[in-house]
Structures are given as structure tokens and as C-alpha cells.
Ligand binder design. Structure first.
Ligand code: FAD
Ligand code: UDP
Length: 393
């Protein structure tokens, strides 16, 4: 590709959605630059070679969405299994079925409750703080589920996950904490859910297969920016602070250390995800990947399984940025980068790194489709300027 019409920095779901739509719908020549040795961003997966088990290299990825447009779009590249995600939590030697539901409440309090009895119990236990008065994560959680459940299932896990006292964390983190007065223990509430039948990498590779798309691996934006900056429209999905050489300061992230091992048992924990809710257990959870694809049992080497222990910590330079910490200072820094981004000619910032936002896959894809609708199609099809961009909405 001599001179591309559009350069996309990053080949995660955001970047590949932009590339695919611009190639297919707008007929553009798109050059995708990716600094890793593979495409796909954090959703990339590969088979562990000795066992044949698909492992999500950057942490377990479960696809779910209620966005019909996104669902229709992703089904052009892959079909999905009927996997429904469930999460269990280990606390003081017992295993409970999360999220908070009638099964967990009965087991934890050691007797059966009807839905109304459980509702009354939780109402009484959570009465010490009104939800609208809660000013931090601890108060919010207690106001929703009461202190005993908070101390068992939230306090230790959250302290490990964020390395921050829950009284110092934003109440927002826990907003989506569901409590169900039924035995429904599905983790997600979305209309559509499943795992890509032949894996994430096959799906992501198909998105990039268009003849107008070239993916250039092991290519760092900084090293080639000179060639394209200000000359060709760019969609940048790398870290926004890095784009501006950290001139306004570094945005803080949490990273996760993923320790994978092949163990000599056919089944290690009987399910895909077991959270470690005790604070004195150092890992936050264990993922056993074979359980994500029970339909592949014949392709997995019997007598072995792959497990991954996850340990959360603050990201330092060189670590993979996973979850935005989003302190007040981070938000102030981000505002300054947004101003710089607005002034950056012909560059749009998108994706989770480019906007400093936690985005699920369906959100990253939906947001990329909106950027095509609102910015790229008007520019390429109608000549609208691309300069008023800034960090994507
Ligand atoms: P990314 O996938 O991070 O892609 C960005 C790409 O840009 C990367 O490949 C990177 O190498 C490249 N890049 C960055 N800077 C440069 C540069 N300067 N030059 C060249 N290339 C560059 N979502 C769900 O829906 N369900 C889940 O269960 C789920 N689990 C997750 C678990 C973890 C641990 C994490 C971290 C995320 C999870 N997600 C999940 C979110 C999912 O990973 C994101 O939605 C998705 O990765 C967003 O895609 P993206 O393209 O914005 O970013
Ligand atoms: N959480 C918790 N106990 C659990 C699961 C979740 O306290 O067993 C809290 C924790 O603060 C976490 C938040 O809920 O950061 C969101 O949980 P989720 O599993 O969705 O986090 P993610 O996988 O996105 O890190």
C-alpha cells in the first residue's frame, strides 16, 4: 500500500471495526499499524500447544451485548456458542454461586428463605446507610447488600483488585452489583451472549481479511508517525497520554499479572471462573479455560487442564494498561489531553486506551461504528473536516 487513505493505530476491536467498515463500506485503502506481534488487541487468544485449550492471552473475554446493531455486525464474522457465563466465589472454605442470589443468601445465612424473606433480610441488613447518602464504595455496597455480605464477598476482593481501601474508592464501581431474589445465577443480563465458535483470533482475523486492509505488525506508531501525521487521516487507539509524550502527566491504570499453568488433572475447579473472596488469598480469581468451550471436549488432551491465576496491581511503565484507575487527578489530566486532541489535525482518538475508559468488547465495537457514522463517513463521503475531533465520545 503506497499511500493509504486512512491509518488506524491498533488492531483491537475498535481499530479493526473502523478498518473493516472503512474498507468495505467506504472503499478506502486502510493501513492498520500494530505494535504487538499479533493482531486483535486484548481479545486475542491462542491454543495452548500441549493441551489444545484456547487461552485468552490478556485475560478471560466473555462476549455479551444487548445492542442489536452490534450483534448483527459481529455475526458477520463469527457465530457464537450458547455458553452462558457463571461465576463462583470461594470464601472461608466454601464455594458460593455469584452474583448475590437466593442460592448464595440461603447458603451464607445457613437456612432457606423465600424471595420475600430474603428481601426483608437484606433490607434490614442494609438499613444502616441509605444508598443516596453513600459517598464511597464501601458505603454504597453496604447500602445495597448489608454489612455481612459486603464483608464476605466485596471487601477483600475489592481491596485486592484495586489495592485501595474500599472507603477511598468511588461508589460508581459497585453500581452494577446485582442482587437477585431468585436462583438465577447468570453473570450477565444481556440479550445476547456466547463465545466465538472457532475462537477470538479467527473472528478478529476475518475482520481484517478485506483486500483493502493491510495490517502491519510490530510497528510502533511513534516510529512511523512522521510519515503520516497531518498528512493522512489517522484513527489512534493507543494510550492518549503516550500519543502526546505524557506532556500532561501519566494516566493511571491497573494491570493484571496472569500466571498460566498446565496441571495434570482433567478438571481443576469444575467451572470457568472462581473468585477468591478471602482477602488473605493473594490472587483475585482462577480461570480454567476449557470450561468456556464444553463443546470442544474431544479436541482437548484428557488428563490436563490450563489454569490462570490473576493478580491485580497498579501498572508501572512497561506494564499492560488494563483498567483505568480514574482518580480525580486522572480526570483532570484527561481533560487536558482532550484539549490537545481537539487541536490535533486529522487525528481521531478511540477505543479504551485512546479514551481512557473501560469498554467491554461490544461497547468498543459500538463506539467504532458510531465514529464511522458521525466522523469518518461525513469526512470521506461528504468532505466534512476531520479536525474538530478530539477524544471520542
Ligand atoms: P485493545 O484491544 O487494547 O487494542 C488496542 C491495540 O492497539 C493493541 O493491540 C495495542 O497493541 C495497539 N497499540 C497501542 N498503542 C500502539 C502504538 N503506539 N502503536 C501501535 N499499536 C498500538 N470485554 C468484554 O466484552 N468481555 C469481557 O469478558 C472482557 N474481559 C476483559 C478482561 C480484561 C483483563 C481486560 C483488560 C479487558 C476485558 N474486556 C472484556 C475488554 C476488551 O478487552 C476491550 O473491550 C477491547 O480490548 C477494546 O478494544 P480496543 O481496540 O479499544 O483496545
Ligand atoms: N466484586 C467484588 N467481589 C466479587 C466480584 C466483583 O467485590 O466477587 C467487585 C470488585 O470491586 C470489582 C467490581 O465488583 O472491581 C466489578 O467486578 P467484575 O468482576 O465485573 O470486574 P472485572 O472483571 O471487570 O475486573
Amino acid at each position: 500500500m503506497s499511500t493509504p487513505d486512512l491509518v488506524v493505530v491498533g488492531s483491537g476491536f475498535f481499530g479493526l471495526t473502523i478498518a473493516e467498515r472503512c474498507a468495505e463500506e467506504l472503499g478506502l485503502q486502510v493501513l492498520v499499524l500494530e505494535r504487538r506481534s499479533h493482531l486483535g488487541g486484548n481479545a486475542y487468544s491462542e491454543k495452548e500447544p500441549t493441551t489444545g485449550i484456547e487461552v485468552h492471552k490478556y485475560g478471560a473475554h466473555l462476549f455479551h451485548t444487548s445492542n442489536e446493531r452490534v450483534w448483527e455486525y459481529v455475526n458477520r464474522f463469527t457465530s457464537f456458542t450458547d455458553y452462558k457465563h457463571r461465576v463462583f466465589g470461594k470464601y472461608q472454605g466454601q464455594v458460593y454461586s455469584l452474583p448475590m442470589n437466593l442460592g448464595l443468601i440461603n447458603q451464607f445465612f445457613g437456612r432457606s428463605h423465600t424471595p420475600d424473606e430474603a428481601r426483608a433480610l437484606i433490607a434490614e441488613q442494609s438499613s444502616e446507610i441509605a444508598t443516596e447518602d453513600a459517598t464511597n464504595l464501601e458505603e454504597k455496597a453496604i447500602s445495597l447488600i448489608g454489612r455481612p455480605l459486603y464483608e464476605a464477598f466485596i471487601k477483600g476482593y475489592t481491596a485486592k483488585q484495586w489495592q485501595t481501601d474500599p472507603t477511598k474508592l468511588s461508589a460508581d464501581i459497585i453500581t452494577r452489583l446485582p442482587v437477585r431474589y431468585t436462583f438465577d445465577n447468570r453473570w450477565f443480563n444481556d440479550t445476547h451472549e456466547g463465545l466465538p465458535v472457532d475462537g477470538y483470533t479467527a473472528w478478529l482475523t476475518r475482520m481484517a481479511e478485506h483486500p483493502n486492509i493491510e495490517v502491519r505488525l510490530e510497528t510502533e506508531w511513534r516510529d512511523v508517525a512522521e510519515q503520516y501525521r497531518g498528512k493522512v487521516p489517522v484513527v489512534y487507539t493507543g494510550p492518549v497520554d503516550e500519543y502526546f509524550d505524557n506532556s500532561e502527566g501519566r494516566l493511571s491504570w491497573r494491570t493484571v499479572d496472569l500466571e498460566a499453568s498446565v496441571v495434570d488433572v482433567d478438571d481443576f475447579q469444575g467451572t470457568g471462573v472462581v473468585n477468591a473472596n478471602d482477602q488473605d488469598v493473594p490472587h483475585t480469581r482462577i480461570i480454567e479455560f476449557k470450561h468456556f468451550h464444553p463443546e470442544r471436549v474431544k479436541t482437548h488432551l484428557p488428563g490436563k487442564t490450563v489454569i490462570v491465576h490473576e493478580y491485580s496491581r497498579f501498572a508501572e511503565e512497561g506494564d499492560e494498561p488494563y483498567y483505568p484507575v480514574n482518580t480525580a487527578e486522572d480526570r483532570a489530566i484527561l481533560l487536558r489531553y482532550r484539549e490537545l486532541a481537539k487541536a490535533e489535525p486529522m487525528v481521531l482518538f478511540g477505543g479504551r486506551l485512546g479514551t481512557y475508559q473501560y469498554l467491554d468488547m461490544h461497547m468498543a465495537i459500538g463506539s467504532a461504528l458510531s465514529m464511522v457514522d458521525n466522523r469518518l463517513r461525513p469526512h470521506f463521503a461528504e468532505g466534512a473536516p476531520l479536525t474538530s475531533g478530539g477524544v471520542a465520545e
